[in-house]
Design a binder for this molecule. Structure first.
Ligand code: 3NM
Length: 216
């Protein structure tokens, strides 16, 4: 687990699954992204039964192995059932202190935040990272709201000691503004899982982030 937690400090591209958008399916997407060097995977599944989720989560855990952190979106029960590395929760999901009590001190908890106040509160409550979004408008999450813009990232980054992961409407064209804006890593769902070649897309994001970082 120590090894897994230390990966949090070096992540660049962060895969979030979406079976509704995926061309080849969630398991294929995870396998392809991990093969391309992705070091963190969040299983985000809103349509399947709990039973199916536990079975799929267990397979994803195997695919992540020691290479990638494996988190479950929202469902603390599913994370516990398969002994995932942690969870990613939203403002309306289980309160973070309850999730921490259930998961224990060593698991990773990420929290979605939309502004600096929520980000500070997340850190105070023991979140290991925040997901900040939506950076741009997105149709992937219906209730995401209006994009806050990449220029909003810096103030959140400077106020926190935990990693800031940017999410929402991010693609290869606008990634530079997100990284320059101060994000430690970024999520791009549709830009990756809608592709026929998730390995190639993931590699391109990782290389692009590296290249942008080396310039600034
Ligand atoms: N959460 P895409 S935006 C899952 O703002 C999710 O909290 C968001 O998908 C937030 O990369 C989002 O296709 C969807 O825009 C991101």
């Amino acid at each position: 687990m120590e090894h897994k937690r230390s990966l949090l400090d070096i992540i660049d591209f962060y895969l979030v699954t979406d079976s509704g958008l995926s061309k080849k399916g969630t398991l294929s997407d995870v396998e392809s992204a991990v093969a391309a060097g992705c070091r963190i995977v969040q299983y985000r599944e809103k349509t399947r039964s709990t039973r199916d989720m536990v079975l799929e989560a267990s397979q994803i855990k195997t695919l992540c192995g020691n290479e990638a952190i494996f988190l479950v979106n929202d469902r603390v029960d599913v994370a516990l059932a398969v002994d995932a590395d942690g969870v990613h929760i939203g403002q309306d999901d289980m309160p973070i202190h309850t999730a921490r009590e259930l998961l224990g001190p060593d698991k990773i908890i990420g929290l979605t935040v939309h502004n600096i106040e929520e980000a500070l509160e997340a850190e105070r409550s023991g979140a290991n990272y925040v997901g900040l979004g939506p950076i741009f408008n997105t149709s992937t999450k219906e209730d995401a709201g209006e994009g806050i813009g990449p220029e909003s990232i810096r103030a959140v980054k400077e106020a926190l000691n935990i990693p800031v992961v940017a999410i929402g409407g991010i693609n290869k064209q606008n990634s530079e503004s997100v990284i320059i804006g101060g994000a430690d890593s970024l999520v791009a769902i549709s830009a990756v899982v809608c592709s026929d070649d998730v390995t190639r897309e993931t590699k391109e994001f990782i290389d692009l982030i590296d290249q942008i970082r080396s310039q600034y």
